[in-house]
Design a protein around this ligand. Sequence first.
Ligand SMILES: Cc1cc2nc3c(=O)[nH]c(=O)nc-3n(C[C@H](O)[C@H](O)[C@H](O)COP(=O)(O)O)c2cc1C
Length: 252
Amino acid sequence: MIIPKICAVLFGDSILFVIFIKNRVMINYEALFKISYGLYIVSSGNSDQGNGFISNTVFQVTSDPPAFVICCNKNNYTATFLERTGVFSISALHTGASPDLFGRFGYRSGKDLDKMQGLNVIYGESTGVPIVLNDSIAYLECRITKTIDVGTHLMFIGDLVNSVILDDSKEPITYAYYRQVRKGVAPKNAPTFIDKSKLVNKIPSTTYKRYECSACGYIYDEATEGKKFDELPVDWVCPSCGSPKEYFYLLD
Ligand SMILES: Cc1cc2nc3c(=O)[nH]c(=O)nc-3n(C[C@H](O)[C@H](O)[C@H](O)COP(=O)(O)O)c2cc1C
């Protein structure tokens, strides 16, 4: 029997419980997919310089005052803006959000390109933080009150200073929808990244071929798609991140 060890961390008048499972070999990584999340663009900086990344670790921690936590890998370029400016915005994406947005904000770094270029970006009235409006149904602006070092990532807790609904007709995208319907995967910097070799239910091998996108890890499986990869048009792009066909390599 596994006896979980629980550690409590105090946040003002709230308590965060962290559960450690002692016997690590008993971890079933498939169980982690049963935890629900949304998908967002978290941005930080100001009108001179800003950056953002795709995040599934966004959640409300208190209602009075309304406060939100985000979790950012220390290697993310956005982490420098979060620490320097002390503000962040959260753009809630809808289920039909463009693969280009996921490619740009989820698999590429602002160290290599200006992610905001060409996008519909506004700046928060009181915080000056960049806010991405493309494919977003709502946005929030927060001012950081606390930063917690959790090893590979930093957790930023911020008080809500502004929130706006942009489009009430579309559904917010969940991480489950992104994985199951859009066949997207989380890259190494995401807190929910899982090494495929750790999964129990590996995809059974077939006579069909499978190809993986080297940018985002999306798998094109000829068996489920019903079409040979070679027969796809040359201008076909990865449905998850928008990368071109030549980014795919043969698996197995
Ligand atoms: C579905 C998905 C979820 C992600 N969630 C997080 C997250 O919660 N925290 C994080 O630090 N990175 C997360 N990432 C990874 C970052 O978005 C990615 O490393 C990004 O390229 C960092 O950009 P930057 O270096 O410009 O800040 C996620 C990526 C994807 C595709």
